[in-house]
Design a protein around this ligand. Structure first.
Ligand SMILES: *Cc1c(COP(=O)(O)O)cnc(C)c1O
Length: 384
């Protein structure tokens, strides 16, 4: 459902979760539908459209409606039990022998899955720097490459890939483009409008925003055969999100625009201030003019450059780990996109073979007072 059919903005529609009111009680918060089974009509049909809990659920559909509206997804949205379940459903909809090309710098667990399970499944996988269009053109094989998978801004260097340009390369080769837009959020970027076929979110992150739900989502540009295959995989493999989680996700999404605006504003301020910090060698944030992807980001992102940034500390790996150990307000934890700010030494968690520099700290900016966030990290840097 597109907001173009509504007189209200996406922000208004999201705040009211599409304005749904329970028809019986007139409650402004819809009930959570937990039933696993539904009564059949006397003529043996299922006129309600619901049959069983594994394929579908009314609470799921309500949350999917919000996401489909946000992403302007003609095919609608599908919620999964995690971001990984959403992403892997897309790859499993391909056939053994198909060639895929993915961003070299991307979410580590998915990169691992592609290098192991996807290969076992019979997919041929190439990783390239998808911000380098010539490198991308060189590895795409027309007719054989079926999917390009791009993450932008990508973990943890916040590399920016030009979605419109990559969509053109994919489509010229007869391939689809899927974009992991988790860190951009539907507020800052709408990949489907830029030519992508599928957009994926780890809804665990900023979509829910409260670090209390693991969820994933896909939204599709076209209700074609491939999209139907992905939906069938969710149904057959039981990868759907539970109704309680869908309800929590919908509650979280109501404040998405307010949270992302505040988080992006603070992230930009932190990026600017830490750029001038004596203990910081480099700040990686697409909102900074010196970031290599800044011009493309300025074109393809709206209303800010997101809540994620990284800093490289002058003292190297030991100083980075020590800084993360000394913060008091920032929380030393993995994940991102929540209202609480998180700091993580990524190289430790990614292990050998990571493209992540060892002196790098990944920062997920929350909604706390930005002055407190600066002061806490500044003090930890100075004593490390
Ligand atoms: C967290 C994350 C994922 C995986 O999502 P889960 O819900 O943890 O399975 C995928 N991509 C990105 C960019 C992420 O940050």
């Amino acid at each position: 459902m597109s907001s173009s059919r509504s007189p209200w903005s996406k922000r208004s529609l999201t705040a009211q979760a599409m304005g749904h009111v329970d028809p019986i009680t007139k409650a402004v918060v819809p009930p959570i539908h937990v039933a696993t089974t539904y009564i059949r009509d006397e003529d043996n049909a299922y006129s309600s459209g619901y049959v069983y809990g594994r394929p579908d659920n009314a609470t799921i559909r309500e949350a999917e409606g919000v996401l489909a509206m946000l992403e302007e997804a003609e095919a609608g949205a599908l919620l999964f039990s995690s971001g990984m379940a959403a992403a892997t459903a897309v790859f499993q909809a391909l056939n053994p022998g198909d060639h895929i090309v993915a961003s070299k710098v991307m979410y580590w667990a998915l990169r691992n899955w592609l290098m192991t399970e996807a290969v076992r499944w019979g997919l041929a996988v190439d990783f390239v720097e998808t911000d380098d269009l010539d490198a991308l053109r060189a590895v795409v094989v027309p007719g054989r490459t079926k999917l390009l998978w791009v993450e932008t801004p990508s973990n943890p260097l916040w590399t920016i890939t030009d979605i419109a340009a990559v969509a053109e390369i994919a489509h010229a080769a007869g391939a689809r483009l899927a974009v992991d837009s988790t860190t951009a959020s539907p507020v800052h970027t709408r990949p489907l409008n830029l030519g992508a076929d599928i957009v994926m979110h780890a809804a665990t992150k900023v979509l829910n925003g409260h670090s209390d739900v693991v969820a994933g989502a896909l939204a599709g540009a076209k209700a074609d055969e491939f999209w139907a295959k992905v939906a069938s995989i969710r149904k057959m493999q039981g990868a759907i999100l539970g109704p309680f989680e869908a309800y929590l996700l919908m509650r979280g999404m109501r404040t998405l625009h307010v949270r992302t605006a505040a988080q992006a504003k603070s992230a930009l301020e932190l990026a600017q201030r830490f750029s001038a910090h004596p203990k910081v060698a480099r700040v990686l944030y697409p909102g900074l003019p010196q970031h290599p992807g800044h011009d493309i980001a300025a074109r393809q992102m709206e209303g800010g450059f997101g809540y994620m940034l990284s800093i490289q500390v002058t003292g190297g790996e030991a100083a980075a780990i020590s800084t993360a150990a000394k913060v008091r307000l920032w929380k030393r934890a993995t994940s991102l996109g929540g209202v609480e700010s998180l700091v993580e030494h990524r190289a430790s968690i990614e292990g050998p073979g990571t493209p992540c520099p060892s002196d790098l700290l990944r920062l997920s900016t929350g909604i706390e007072d930005v002055e407190d966030l600066y002061r806490d990290l500044d003090e930890a840097l100075r004593v490390s």
